[in-house]
Design a protein around this ligand. Structure first.
Ligand code: SAM
Ligand code: SF4
Length: 497
């Protein structure tokens, strides 16, 4: 069963049609994080007349209220959507603020040291809440990484649960209710991918869907294989069943998620390839856009490029993290490809039947990265001309092989390299975006500005565009927008008919 947040009264659905029965509730709720105020009417969302029909034998709020805060990547956001659905279906009510909740859950990230520090500072904020009788739980990567040590560092925490154990959350909460002081769920050696009967999605038009959990790649700097466990792919028939349900509920954009999404390996006898899965999802009636992230260069094969070229519903955007432009550094990172091999993948994508936007992730200051090797990363930017980039200073992480390499680059030097890299990318983006002035794009409208007649949305190539329109209601619809101006970070435009 799938839930979607309530929409504005009278909001047209994603196809621009009249609002369906499901979307006629009261409150605007798009692009809101879980931690922000929201309203949700379960009966309407599940298509049932009452909560008791949607969840037989369960009373809404019988178990109390929860507040769920999320840090981290899209996979964490989506995990929180599933955790919220799981709790709602077991009789918990979602609260708007920690003050209003009896259970405070905090879904965490530990990818870099800064993210981990943030977790402890936020947990400090929750400390007083425990004395108010609230149960505090830590979920996600920090939970998995720290395990029971979290109880020592933050004794006011009662529940610690990694992402592979979310399906056990109701049992763990029951143990707390029956008097246990501390409970943990820290297995990673499970074949289970976390599939819920109910997912309480944040965005009413674009649905995240995890198709592969964990990671088997073992990059030497990365905690993900430790915090999310080994790779497990979800059965293709189960994915397609959920996509059909999503389309019925009015979702028109689906984003397939995985740390290495294109390493997808269908566990069923069908052995659907990733490219076949993309085509099958695009084929579901009502689906207009299929996105996927993150792709690993080594598993990026010609059939994926061919599928994007052939099927316009598969978005013309590939996020292909390179991490470094130096083959020596890539080897030290255990990235499984050289600079040349990566550039061959780029050439393959560029040879597609239609242009495809390419974005990336880069780490500067990896242990032993020489100035000349950093310059190779700069020259790679010149060569590839990425549409956008996420860049990070190398951060040593627990358990990772690179922890034992001497972290020889000073923080100051990492900062210098990061600034140079970002300046170069800003120039590239400024030039690329400027060339788009005058072009028309289809935009899925996902936000409304406080400024009158100003809207926000994304093109299929995942470019954000702020645009003007005199229409009174556009959220969730697809409109044509002509680009009238550009900055390095985005486009501005006007609605055209
Ligand atoms: N699975 C994806 C891939 O293969 O590129 C990336 C997942 S990771 C959540 C997102 C990004 O965080 C990585 O691409 C990398 O650039 C960055 N990252 C991961 N570990 C890091 C570390 N120890 N220090 C700095 N950045 C890191
Ligand atoms: Fe981490 Fe590498 Fe796996 Fe990406 S591919 S999640 S960077 S180990």
């Amino acid at each position: 069963m799938l839930l979607r947040p309530t929409l504005h009264r009278g909001l047209p659905n994603a196809n621009g049609n009249a609002p369906s029965q499901q979307s006629r509730a009261g409150v605007l709720n798009c692009e809101l994080g879980m931690s922000k105020p929201f309203d949700i009417e379960l009966e309407r969302l599940t298509g049932q007349a009452s909560y008791s029909e949607a969840f037989p034998g369960v009373d809404a709020g019988q178990r109390g209220t929860f507040f769920l805060e999320t840090f981290g990547c899209q996979m964490n956001d989506h995990d929180s959507e599933k955790v919220a659905g799981l709790l709602l279906s077991r009789g918990y009510k979602q609260a708007e603020t920690p003050e209003a909740a009896s259970l405070i859950l905090y879904n965490t990230c530990s990818i870099r040291e800064k993210a981990a520090q943030k977790v402890f500072s936020q947990l400090g904020e929750y400390r007083e809440r425990q004395t108010e009788g609230k149960v505090i739980g830590v979920l996600g990567c920090m939970a998995q990484q720290e395990g029971e040590d979290l109880f020592k560092r933050a004794p006011w925490v009662s529940l610690v649960c990694g992402s592979a154990s979310y399906s056990k959350l109701p049992e763990m909460l029951a143990q707390l209710e029956s008097g246990n002081q501390r409970v943990t769920g820290l297995d990673t050696d499970t074949d289970e991918t976390f599939e819920t009967e109910v997912t309480r999605r944040d965005n009413p038009w674009r649905a995240y869907l995890t198709i592969i959990e964990g990671c088997d790649k073992a990059c030497s700097y990365c905690v993900v294989p430790f915090t999310r466990g080994p790779e497990r792919s979800r059965a293709s028939d189960s994915i397609l069943r959920e996509v059909r349900q999503l389309a019925e509920l009015g979702y028109s954009e689906v984003q397939l998620l995985g740390q290495t999404v294109n390493s997808y390996a269908d566990p069923t006898a069908r052995k659907t390839r990733f490219s076949e899965l993309l085509l099958a999802v695009a084929d579901v009636e009502g689906i207009r856009r299929v996105r996927f992230t993150t792709s690993h260069p080594s598993d990026f094969t010609p059939d994926i490029v061919e599928a994007i070229g052939r099927e316009l519903k598969i978005c013309d955007h590939v996020h292909l993290p390179v991490q470094s432009g130096s083959t020596r550094v890539l080897r030290a990172m255990q990235r499984t490809y050289s600079r040349e091999e990566y550039l061959e993948k780029i050439a393959m994508i560029r040879s597609a039947k239609r242009p495809i936007a390419i974005t990336t992730d880069i780490i500067v200051g990896f242990p032993g990265e020489r100035e000349s090797e950093f310059e190779e990363t700069l020259s790679l930017l010149d060569e590839v001309q990425y549409d956008s980039m996420f860049s990070f200073k190398y951060s040593p992480r627990p358990n990772t092989p690179s922890l034992s390499m001497s972290d020889s680059i000073s923080e100051e030097e990492k900062g210098r390299r990061l600034a140079i890299l970002q300046d170069k990318q800003r120039e590239i983006q400024a030039a690329k975006n400027a060339k788009l002035v005058g072009e028309r794009f289809e935009v899925l409208v996902s936000g409304k500005s406080r400024r009158e007649n100003q809207w926000t949305g994304y093109t299929t190539s995942h470019r954000m565009i702020n645009f003007a329109s005199q229409e009174s209601e556009l959220l969730g619809t697809y409109v044509q927008v002509r680009v009238t101006g550009a900055t390095p970070n985005g486009l501005v435009g006007e609605h055209v008919t």
